[in-house]
Design a protein around this ligand. Sequence first.
Ligand code: AGP
Length: 608
Amino acid sequence: MCGIVGAIAARPVAGILLEGLRRLEYRGYDSAGMAVLDQGTINRLRRIGKVQALADACEQQPLPGGLGIAHTRWATHGKPSEQNAHPHMSGEGLAVVHNGIIENFEPLKQELQQQGYVFTSETDTEVVAHLLDRELQGGFDLRAALRNTLARLAGAFALGVIHVDQPHQLLTARKGSPLVIGVGIGENFIASDQLALLPVTDRFMYLEDGDIALLEADHIQVWDAQGQVAERAVTTFERSQGSAEKGEFRHFMLKEIYEQPRVMQAVLEGRIASGHLLEQAFGAAAGAVFDQVKQVQIVACGTSFHAGMVAKYWIEEWVGIPCMVEVASEFRYRPVVLPRDTLLLTLSQSGETADTLAALRAVQDRVLATLAICNVPGSSLVRESDLSLMTNAGPEIGVASTKAFTSQLVALMLTTIALGRRHGLSGERETELVAALEQLPGLLQQLLALDGPIEEMSAHFAEKHHALFLGRNVLYPVAMEGALKLKEISYIHAEAYPAGELKHGPLALVDKEMPVIAVAPRNGMLDKLKANLQEVRARGGELFVFAGCDQSIQAQEGVHVIHLPALPAVLDPIAFTLPLQLLSYHVAVLKGTDVDQPRNLAKSVTVE
Ligand code: AGP
């Protein structure tokens, strides 16, 4: 994903911009560029490939000056090339960097071409540069030009703008894509992620959607979407928030569970706007691929496999095409039959899991296209796949995957919507799904309030050696993930079953020593699940039920119930996961195991 850095200072800014770009490398990119204003001239350098190539070019051709913008580009419109790299200019006087997608760039481009503007790139961004220039030619100042330009743009974006006639000002705006202002002393900055600016400041101002900000070296002015002057609080970054530190948390796993509301925001940012999905977030070639796909094959391991299992329910229900899911270690070693028009979807937190990579390599020449959903941008899986979607969860240190799983589910829901749109999913349904996704950050925040009751519940498991997880339908894979979490970190033997399978065997295991954890579905399956739960109670099994707020399951002797807050049913797999993560965490703490580094396990399984 693209990254933006900008600076206005009394000292040269090229070094600050380069360091900022290096710190944004984790987002993934294919080219980098920078424009710095010096004595009435904008000097621009762009290079394909790594930030280091841009740094080398800067050595050869230094860019002096105290006002500049820089960018790492992840191609969406037009191939990775120097011409398509940012910053983009209109004439010699105006430079723009952009993160996000301008959905209506084609009609805007035609309009501008008819008025004589010549385009030198294939990007959507160049439209912004020329629109700004047209407004300036019409007599507007840079801020008014930016406001008028924003009014013409559909999609999600963050922008940085400089102009030779305003050598002491850096303009910025955001709608749907991340952008933060770094507040310095006698100098100010912008970036896609505060991590880019930590060498120069620890004070940040977060812009709201639709905001425009004008930065001078010693002053920042913000206007809201209605054009009114707006106050945005400045907050100080606590170094303990750094992702490689636990901060106030006892374990990384707990920290990562608590990060999930923010992670939900990060995975959605730049992917949805005005109630619909931005398909270009999957890369320029995605639309054509999604059109032709006739079935999906998902391949993954462990937790990522469980995310794939959830997606199977979504894809078959909402897209109406077949979806197969298989663990990579099996898939890679058998003669699989894959119709040519298959989309191979690999899922991996690390992007380096040996079995998943081997599965990709084994069949990539036999399918229509490959799509990786991954948390590590430069990983092998991403590099070797045709399309990719980053989960943006940030580094996950705890071996037991938590935020990586829920962010995969969101990425998979976005993928399902993208596929569905090409296969008959109605606009209303898309709007409904996107509206539900938008509730996720707040919803997960509410779910964290269940931590206390779940910690109390965990005491029932401390002395147990086995546990059974039950789920139905789309919550069956969630039950599987719950069982995996419990066994990984507490070493309690746990298995998950589709609840309907209970009487086909596992019921024989149920007695008072076998706690049964059920995630209760909110579709027509609830009554069936209740019957299964009766079967457990009748054998003296103790039940722990996670239920929706409106479900008529009451606590009674031997039946413990935790109700989740009200939420759209489509979010159930994401929402029901969080309490199960907390349950395993607290059980593991009670048992005194090494929560973050459980015995015998590794974070990234790069060998067979
Ligand atoms: C999950 O808690 C485990 N750490 C493990 O199952 C993991 O999901 C699996 O090894 C796959 O890893 P990946 O997502 O990095 O490919």
